[in-house]
Design a protein. Sequence first.
Length: 207
Amino acid sequence: MRRWGGVWLPLAAAAVVIGVVLVVFGLDRGGPPGVPGGGSGGSSPNPPAAGAMPRSAPVRIRIPAIGVDAPVLSLGLKPDGTVQEPSLSQPGLTSWYNGGAAPGERGPAAFYGHVDTRASGPAVFYDLGRLRPGAQVRVLRRDGRTAVFRIASVEQVPKSRFPTERVYGPTADPTIRLMTCGGEFDPVKRSYKDNIIAYGVLVGSTG
């Protein structure tokens, strides 16, 4: 089990500090691909952001550049205050934190996915570290509209230095955050030592 560290997530008109937990088991195949150099995956100038959309829950996320086309679970908090995540028995699913912004709303919409499991091998966000600035992320919403984001940057960071405010802090525009595990696998803790985080901004919508 690994901990994402304290994060600021908006709940109604307030913000609370919670820990985001996503359980991931490693493989004997050498681990998932990371961001080149183990650090920033680069960045591109942010395009003009599209106007905010009304709130609607996501139902599917597509990231063509890394072959992701996955259902989205709408999940909240566990009794201990940590964010719920997809079961390891469903490694092809992603989750969205429903206490924060919805995709297309102003603020960061946070998505999580497993990187791999011992039983299934690579999971839905196995190739997140390969994502590059400029890549498109399309999120189909329950209202039938699709929020279209462009990735601005990708980074790999130690869990001990998780960039809480950069990930979960308020943003003036509709933004997206995609997160999974990465880096070296710790066989004692059964956890990867780093997080891979992709940052994007809304550039349009369809439907």
